[in-house]
Design a protein around this ligand. Structure first.
Ligand code: SF4
Length: 229
């Protein structure tokens, strides 16, 4: 059954942003499955994590210059092979990619692992960090559900006199079909393998009764799946 991502986007946007009061539902990593994957302990009172972007990738894959090269250009740094970023995650996503490293309950506006913060509160947590990264990464979840977040954080950077000193990185999502590059057979083949692996992973994780649920009827909070059994 195709995912009705538009309906899910409306539902999750309503559950994760409070525009009149300028608040956002932000994931707190403490006590989550994702916390076990972090290479550094969660920071910013549990609402932040450090990500190490590296140009080098796995053997046989091309190197990845993003976001290192544009960040170094914008910040007038010399060439770097690795850069640290301060990551915050909004607490919902209207997709369920097979390769996602975020536990699905952290994508469903689960208030057990998130809290409402103003952009100012979030930015002050960032400013208080020792050895603060120069890259601020708004991730998800799905930042595209809450585009106001981007403008609010730009405001915070400017209001704190840090314009030009922090590189703001936004993690956005491009659906698999839009990533297909018909000119490069190799790309097409990789995408085909990705879609097949996605289907296998969904089959492995979820019983048929859950796979057949209309996505908009999946409750907020943790979705029971095979791994939890
Ligand atoms: S769009 Fe990103 S956060 Fe959402 S399911 Fe896919 S990989 Fe995970």
């Amino acid at each position: 059954m195709p995912i009705d991502t538009e309906a899910l986007a409306r539902k999750y946007r309503a559950a994760t942003i409070d525009v009149p009061n300028k608040r956002l539902l932000v994931t707190n990593f403490r006590g989550t499955e994702q916390e076990k994957d972090l290479t550094e302990p969660a920071n910013c009172d549990g609402f932040g994590r450090i990500r190490h972007f590296c140009k080098a990738t796995s053997s046989g894959w091309p190197s990845n210059p993003l976001p290192i090269e544009p960040a170094c250009r914008a910040l007038r740094l010399g060439p770097q092979d690795e850069i640290r970023a301060q990551v915050f995650q909004n607490a919902a996503c209207n997709w369920r990619c097979w390769y996602c490293f975020v536990p699905f309950n952290l994508l469903s506006a689960d208030q057990a692992h998130s809290a409402w913060l103003t952009p100012s509160e979030l930015f002050q947590l960032f400013l208080a960090q020792p050895n603060r990264p120069l890259v601020l990464d708004l991730s998800g979840g799905q930042p595209e559900l809450t585009p106001e977040w981007v403008y609010w954080m730009i405001e915070e950077i400017e209001n704190n006199g840090l314009g030009g000193q922090i590189y703001l990185e936004i993690q956005t999502f491009t659906p698999v079909l839009e990533r297909l590059d018909s000119i490069r057979l190799e790309t097409f083949d990789n995408q085909r393998r990705a879609v097949e692996a996605w289907q296998r992973e969904l089959d492995r994780r979820f019983p048929a009764s859950v796979r057949d649920l209309p996505i908009t009827q999946i409750p907020m909070g943790r979705l029971a799946h095979k791994r939890d059994a």
